[in-house]
Design a protein around this ligand. Structure first.
Ligand code: NAP
Length: 240
């Protein structure tokens, strides 16, 4: 049997790297993309339809198949990003990358529909599931990614395309943008972390490998009926 091929945007970022590692550990070929790709990666701006077409062309020419897509490109958008201070530039940047970029990728591969294609995983966030007045644009675009995921899943199901579409919604992950995000809640980082963890039943931050495992399950091992779902990976944030 030929190795499945997974295209991972934001593939050189923290989560993209972990998802690529998980895919390779499970025998897949991970094709990583980014605006400044590392060795072996493909140059790609997810906001640009032509860039999507070129990347998919390249994957199909090189590997002859494409089994899965993970839309992990993104950014938090920086601070200040509260209700009164967020700028329209922040909004446009976040909307273009997370919402338009994710939609462009889903549409491109569904339109091209390589025979091997089975699964799409988008990256939402717990920030899209609860009010985030300190990161108003980021929370809104992550909610939009979850909604987009459901619409893509329903489209594929109705068209009998055998392509599943799901999303992961990680909570704050240990590493990366952690401190910037916490600063939207409290300027004292120790107090901010402690207040955040008091709302997480597991009492610790999520680690990258856990998010990557969840993404892999949605991508390949979760079963043929698993579509249109948003899998929260949060240590139980907000349960209590
Ligand atoms: N880290 C967390 O706590 C957390 C929690 C929940 C959800 N998430 C989400 O998980 C995803 C990955 O985040 P991360 O923590 O891995 O962040 P990261 O380390 O900053 O990685 C994001 C990657 O996306 C790339 N990117 C940004 N804009 C792009 C564009 N227009 N076209 C192509 N690539 C682009 C960035 O590279 P370049 O800028 O070089 O292109 C970067 O390598 C994001 O959607 C984020 O919102 C993260």
């Amino acid at each position: 049997m030929r190795q499945p091929v997974v295209l991972i945007t934001g593939g050189f970022g923290a989560l993209g790297t972990a998802i690529a590692g998980q895919a390779e550990k499970n025998g897949a070929i991970a094709v990583r993309t980014g605006r400044q790709p590392g060795t072996g990666g493909l140059a790609h701006d997810v906001r640009d339809p032509k860039s999507w077409a070129a990347v998919v062309d390249e994957v199909l020419a090189e590997h002859g198949r494409l089994d899965g897509l993970v839309n992990a490109a993104g950014q938090f958008g920086g601070v200040p990003q509260d209700v009164l201070s967020a700028s329209s530039e922040q909004w446009h940047e976040l909307l273009d990358t997370h919402v338009v970029g994710t939609w462009l990728g889903c549409a491109e591969i569904i339109r091209r529909r390589p025979e091997s294609l089975t699964s799409i995983v988008n990256v939402s966030s717990t920030a899209g599931q609860m009010a985030t007045p300190g990161m108003v644009a980021y929370g809104a675009v992550k909610a939009a990614v979850a909604q987009l995921t459901r619409s893509i899943a329903l489209h594929c199901a109705r068209e009998r395309l055998s392509v599943r579409c799901n999303a992961i919604a990680p909570a704050l992950v240990d590493g990366g943008v952690r401190d910037d995000v916490l600063a939207t809640v409290d300027s004292d980082p120790v107090r901010a972390l402690s207040a955040y963890l008091s709302r997480v039943p597991l009492g610790r931050l999520v680690v990258l490998e856990e998010v990557a495992e969840a993404a892999h399950q949605l991508l390949f091992t979760g079963g043929a009926s698993l579509t249109g779902q948003v899998l929260t990976v949060s240590g139980g944030l907000g349960l209590a």
